[in-house]
Design a binder for this molecule. Structure first.
Ligand SMILES: [Zn+2]
Length: 413
């Protein structure tokens, strides 16, 4: 076990104060701290205490670092990437590919001779990128298409004549194909048509909010639409806010985003765990590369309700000790640990004996980790790498409580 130092990505949408505050520092950082990466993705591997990148350490000794089972299943690569994300402004509207789509897309772009780090490259690796996001602060997101019947009601409620043909399209076919038709119509609309429709829709949102007040059930989604409209004027992606589920996560609540799920994170600080990949297909709300046909190929147009996973029990109290977020991803498993003064031995990283590596990330208080006679103290935003060859980890709070997240490779496929 040793300390693992994250790499920082300083995207423009990032917050200058959120991670500093988490560390207990009132001074904002000089540049936005958008994402901390704790993984071995070649794009930005984290760094070990001795100065080696985690990627290099794994390449030098795959079996010692990852264990034989993970080496066999994932070809000698760490299958997950853990991040902290601090969004002050909306992130792009995006979806991630399935494994098959990523392999096919990567090979296609290789054949076309597009450099892996080119600005207009969609597929930077051959991996899928399912992800789970767990809120550290109140966290706002748009994710997954809303059930179409409800979306028809939203579009009708706005009372915008320019929107009526679009509402009629979905009313006539309130299913997956209707959503595909409406979304495709919007996202491929000529800019001149967007410039007519979008202001009318935003005016409709203002009128509705003025007439119905902040407690109306549609208030949050319409406010988000207006906010995105202000941040990205004239961007057709703004209309998508009307089609997606508007989600508020409270601290500890998690959302799983499988392949093809259209989403946009709006605001807040969160822990994110995903398959080790940087494959993003964007549909707007960004100055970055947007590839609409490719996005349409991977999108899942099933309308659905979204139920966040919660780390609280029936009475609303946080589950003590380790809480594992219930999801079925082959590449990663995420749990939240509430440590107290009483040491907690973390159960094996597989069934019984540890058989894979883990990353432990502190997000609150100070955590004391013990493993094979070594001790590592972590403050907020600090992390530790535990290679597969190491024994079980005992964790306690230095005083009071400490809050950690734990990423492991699941063995129960
Ligand atoms: Zn995403």
């Amino acid at each position: 076990m040793e300390q693992l130092f994250p790499t920082v990505r300083s995207y423009a949408w990032g917050s200058r104060s959120a991670l500093a505050q988490l560390r207990g520092d009132d001074r904002p950082s000089a540049h936005p701290e958008a994402e901390l990466w704790l993984g071995a993705h070649p794009g930005d591997p984290a760094v070990l205490a001795d100065g080696r990148s985690l990627l290099a350490a794994i390449d030098d000794d795959p079996v010692g670092q990852l264990g034989p089972a993970v080496v066999e299943r994932f070809g000698g690569q760490l299958p997950f990437l853990l991040k902290i994300l601090a969004a002050e402004e909306p992130l792009s509207l995006q979806a991630h590919p399935s494994k098959t789509q990523a392999e096919e897309g990567f090979d296609r772009e290789q054949r076309a001779g597009i450099a892996v780090d080119a600005q207009d490259r969609n597929y930077r690796d051959r991996n899928h990128k399912p992800e789970i996001v767990v809120a550290l602060t109140d966290f706002e997101a748009l994710a997954g298409f809303r059930c179409p019947v409800q979306t028809v009601a939203v579009l009708e409620a706005l009372g915008v004549p320019e929107l009526e043909p679009h509402a009629a399209l979905l009313r006539g076919q309130p299913d997956e194909e209707g959503l595909r038709a409406l979304f495709t119509t919007w996202i491929t609309m000529p800019q001149s048509a967007v410039d007519q429709l979008l202001p009318a829709v935003l005016d409709g949102c203002v009128r509705y909010l003025t007439a119905n007040g902040a407690d109306d059930p549609l208030a949050t989604v319409l406010r988000s639409t207006l906010e995105i409209g202000e941040a990205y004027p004239g961007d057709v992606g703004v209309l998508s806010a009307l089609l997606l589920n508007r989600i508020d996560l409270r601290p500890g609540e998690g959302l799983y985003l499988p392949a093809g799920n259209l989403h946009a994170y709006l605001r807040g600080t969160a822990v994110e765990l995903m398959a080790s990949s940087d494959n993003v297909l964007r549909g707007g709300l960004t100055p970055k590369h947007v590839d609409v046909p490719e996005l349409l190929r991977v999108l899942d147009f099933h309308g659905m309700d979204v139920d966040p996973m919660t780390d609280r029990d029936g009475s609303g109290a946080p589950v003590p000790g380790e809480y594992v977020y219930p999801l079925h991803a082959a590449d990663f498993r995420l749990s939240r640990i509430r440590a107290t003064a009483e040491p907690l031995t973390l159960p094996g990283r597989g069934a019984g004996a540890p058989d894979g590596p883990e990353v432990l990330l502190c997000v609150g208080g100070r955590a004391v980790l013990e493993c094979d006679g070594r001790t590592q103290v972590l403050g907020p935003t600090e992390a530790a790498w535990v290679p597969a060859a190491d024994g079980a980890v005992r964790v306690r709070a230095e005083d009071g409580q400490a809050l950690l997240f734990r990423a492991v490779v699941p063995t129960d496929r």
